[in-house]
Design a protein around this ligand. Structure first.
Ligand SMILES: Cc1ncc(C[n+]2csc(CCOP(=O)(O)OP(=O)(O)O)c2C)c(N)n1
Ligand SMILES: [Mg+2]
Length: 252
């Protein structure tokens, strides 16, 4: 039996709490389909209108004001550009870190479970295998995994699985050369900044070394071009979105 249980997230907000118990079936694709179909709400007709219930206008306006999409470049511009340019029914996954807190407030889903994340364990690096599994289960749909750069460094070897399976998910890395969430918390608590900065690495080259495509982008136009190429690609793509350290100040 396979059991998956996610509880409250690390920020005290209510999280997804599916408990799944299913016998393993032969074949990876069948097992992943089993997990996907066992999720609450799975198997119901997938009508995009299901989440189109208009949110209260005041709540929608407050959310838009709290998380503006207008910056020239930075993490909000990355999310905004991806949301505008990827298909509405894109399936997304996201890592843990500062980028997740921002993206969770900005990413619009067209259906339940349209954005998958580790709410209970705040698992760094989870977006990569989650995106691979999602693409395996839904090969015809666009799948994007949003990742912190530290999370990506922890699990980059799993790109081998995407390559060996011939899968083409898109990975967008928020490359700020720091453990931004921890750096922010240290400053908020007036602690000395320690152990949260690291070097910049060539994530696009890592992708190419594993047989995928890789792009490094530093503005909205570059990201748009990379997303277009990624959607046309027959293999996985890593897009390293280079942003300055401290990009989340005043945002999360
Ligand atoms: C395995 C694991 N180690 C440590 C943590 C604590 N942690 C949560 S977010 C984070 C920083 C993540 O850095 P990065 O992936 O670069 O994302 P960013 O915060 O910069 O967006 C850390 C260390 C964790 N959640 N999981
Ligand atoms: Mg980072």
């Amino acid at each position: 039996m396979l059991r998956q249980s996610l509880g409250r997230n690390g920020h005290g907000r209510p999280g997804l709490r599916p408990t799944v118990a299913r016998p393993l079936r032969s074949g990876t694709r069948a097992r992943i389909r089993g997990l996907v179909q066992a999720r609450p709400g799975a198997g119901e007709p997938r009508a995009p209108v299901r989440l189109r219930r208009p949110r209260a206008p005041a709540a929608r306006a407050a959310l838009a004001a709290a998380f503006p999409r207008t910056e020239d470049w930075g993490p909000a511009a990355v999310v905004d550009t991806c949301r505008r340019l990827l298909p509405e029914d894109t399936l997304a996954t996201v890592d843990s870190g500062a980028h997740r807190i921002l993206l969770s407030q900005m990413w619009d889903c067209s259906e339940p479970k349209g954005l998958v994340q580790s709410t209970g364990f705040c698992t760094m690096g989870c977006a990569l295998p989650l995106a691979i599994g999602t693409k395996l289960a839904e090969p015809e749909r666009t799948v994007v995994g949003f990742m912190g750069d530290a999370g990506f460094l922890m699990v980059a070897g799993e790109l081998a699985t995407a390559a060996e399976r011939g899968l083409a998910p898109i990975f967008v890395v928020f490359a700020d050369a720091q453990l931004a969430l921890i750096e922010l918390k240290q400053r908020q608590r007036q602690l000395p900044t320690a152990g949260v900065a690291f070097a910049r690495h060539d994530f696009a080259a890592i992708a190419r070394a594993f047989g995928g495509e890789g792009h490094t982008v530093t503005d909205r136009d570059g990201l748009a071009a990379a997303l277009a190429q990624a959607q046309a690609a027959d293999r996985f793509t890593v897009i390293s979105a280079v942003i300055p350290g401290g990009s989340y100040d005043g945002r999360i």
